[in-house]
Ligand binder design. Structure first.
Ligand SMILES: Cc1cc2nc3c(=O)[nH]c(=O)nc-3n(C[C@H](O)[C@H](O)[C@H](O)COP(=O)(O)O)c2cc1C
Length: 206
């Protein structure tokens, strides 16, 4: 039992030096999303309000807090790529979140190269070992409990093609830690990196 509790209602403020919300719901996987507009102008940006939501078909989603280039592009073309953010690519991922206009290609800004997709038109990050080609399924504007709309959009997409660097498949089993994924914590700068020491196993009760 915990009797010394900091309680707050978010609508009234958290009363702390930093909002703990992101640090509590964390670390989160990163949706490193490439997209392009109707004219083919390329874009790359990280989204940590990101996760997987379904197996068959595989569906992933991320939330654009405010109207951003990725959302505009995906509305125009219906396509995006998810790129795995790894420890060796952390600095490039960070560079790609720069607040720049739609005319700026964040691949160039971050020193990354592109590789064509096979099913969709949006290119992938060449340097990352895992990518998903996605077709948008739903774009849902979020709302408060009282139904008032908020300027945030959940973008959901079906994964229509998967690319995995074969060295991450050990006897055919995908090795999550070997890919060295990075995860987002709270505050302005906290990240976590995954290695084999983070793994433990627990089977479901029968
Ligand atoms: C690790 C990380 C996670 C982020 N997560 C989000 C997110 O979940 N939603 C969001 O709207 N912005 C998020 N941002 C900020 C966007 O990446 C940033 O606004 C970016 O400029 C948007 O790019 P775009 O306009 O090209 O889509 C995140 C930034 C970083 C570095």
């Amino acid at each position: 039992m915990h009797d010394d509790i900091h309680f707050y209602e978010p609508s009234q403020g958290h009363g702390l030096p930093h909002d703990p919300f992101n640090a509590i719901v964390g670390p989160r996987p990163i949706g490193w999303i490439s997209s392009q507009d109707a004219q083919g102008r390329l874009n790359l940006a990280p989204y940590s309000f990101f996760n997987a939501f379904n197996y068959i078909p595989p569906i992933i989603g991320f939330c654009s807090v405010g109207r951003k280039d990725s959302l505009n592009n995906i509305e125009q073309t219906g396509e995006f790529v998810w790129n795995l953010a790894t420890r060796p690519l952390a600095e490039a991922m960070n560079q790609s979140c720069a607040m720049v206009g739609p005319e700026v290609n964040e691949f160039e800004l971050a020193g990354l190269s592109t590789v064509p997709s096979r099913v969709i038109s949006v290119p992938r990050v060449a340097e990352t070992p895992v990518t998903f080609e996605c077709k948008v399924t739903q774009i849902i504007q979020l709302q408060r409990a009282d139904k008032e709309l908020v300027p945030s959009w959940l973008i959901l997409g079906e994964v229509v093609a998967v690319h995995i660097a074969r060295h991450l498949l050990k006897d055919g089993i995908y090795d999550t830690a070997a890919a060295e994924p990075i995860l987002r914590g709270g505050g302005p700068a906290d990240y976590f990196q995954l290695g084999p020491e983070a793994l433990f196993k627990m089977h479901r009760p029968r």
